[in-house]
Design a protein around this ligand. Sequence first.
Ligand code: 1JT
Length: 257
Amino acid sequence: MLNQALEGKRFLVTGVANQRSIAWGIAQCLAKCGARLGFTYQGARIKEMVTPLAESVSADFLLPCDVADDDQIDALFEGVGNTWDGLDGIVHAIAFAKREDLAGEFVSTSRDGFALAHDISAYSLTRLCQGGLDLMREGSSVVALSYIGGERVVPGYNVMGVAKASLEMSVRYLAADLGPRGIRVNAISAGPVKTLAARGVSGFTKILDHVEERAPLRRNVSLEEIGCSASFLLSSLASGVTGEVMHVDSGFHVLGF
Ligand code: 1JT
């Protein structure tokens, strides 16, 4: 369809939980462009949700992966290697923090809450790149998802913001490491989207309303828009782009006051 540069390319997509997931928006666009997809899930409940979605885009596999577990990451790439003889890219759309750390004051963050948020939301990108390195080739591309709370203080985002800062810096270091092999690593800093992760975050509707009132485009971004931008970064159209954090946020990030 819109991007023939993706025809037949093979992408590993993490972080699909349901139809509202950002990873699902990306997967749908990749599928429309003729890419072949494989998905990961964490836990039986999510497997149940993702199975029909994966089938609807004729996915080549659906494999378990808890990014906190090195053995599962190794088993994942063994599985990927059994199905495909190479990997053209990875979509990293995984984050976690304890509910109590996403409210109130950042100063209250516990040691284990801080470590957990960073392990799942930031280190997992490096570990997935490490695991997939032998399968990726010249031209492969990795995309991670971030949020403006990783650059500036967004009240309540707290430890996730610190973890996103770590994720964005990981993108730059990984881009420097993998660049000589022709592998690109970028991130999309997406505007707020009502996903499963965002549900139950008190005041999230206020954040959506705020963007709609003030962002240059005066609206929120859609899953399709994030999907198209990610597809661009994953494709050879972006062959000169690496280490970049691209804002797909209706321009919200340009505002100072
Ligand atoms: C996580 C959650 C990562 C929600 C996330 C996230 N990245 C963006 N959001 C939406 C969001 C959440 C808060 C917020 C603004 C946006 C929840 C589960 C853990 C990972 O605060 C102002 C809290």
